[in-house]
Design a protein around this ligand. Sequence first.
Ligand code: G1P
Length: 205
Amino acid sequence: MLFRSDVSYIYVRQQQALGLGHAVLCARPVVGDEPFAVILADDLIDGRSSGCLQQMVELFQQYKCSLLGTERIDPTETEKYGIVSPDQEIADRVTSIDGTIEKPSPENAPSTLAVVGRYILTPGIFDFLENQEKGAGGEIQLTDAIARLLGEEQILAYQFDGVRYDCGSKLGYLQATVEYALRHPDLREPFGRYLQRYCSSTPTD
Ligand code: G1P
């Protein structure tokens, strides 16, 4: 992680593994009554035009409402994600939503638009998290509180411009490592040569 001298870092420990919604609630005393961003570190996003969160901050400045970073997924994978129910497309890549469901089966999924680890949320979410009941996997789900916040506020799904690496899976983590190494100015050449040598000398099956 890159530490910047112009930023204060405050750490809050989630004492019990009660779910993402609970983890976000633990940050309430630090965040206070301000809009805030949630970044799930296992979703590494290589933004194309600009960083994914930067894209979302610019949209927040325009729409002044909660935003969910989303991408299209394979219909068979809905059980791994929070899935949004899209309502109306209101701009390129921006859609209003009328529901969110945590990890639905493919038959119950309202779409194939999945929330992937980037959120900008208004502080209104905290009141819903305070009394959020356990949901999928027996955890306090951020997705469920977002669904309730929708009863009071507009929330937009944003299909970011970039590539996501699912670093919560071994394959995604390895793909990110290889691709970032092949772009690194010091590593590109020696690592590329190593990979070529390794792949040409090692049978894959
Ligand atoms: C969490 C969220 C889920 C979201 C996913 C993105 O799930 O609960 O809504 O789609 O991150 O990676 P987890 O991966 O922690 O099971």
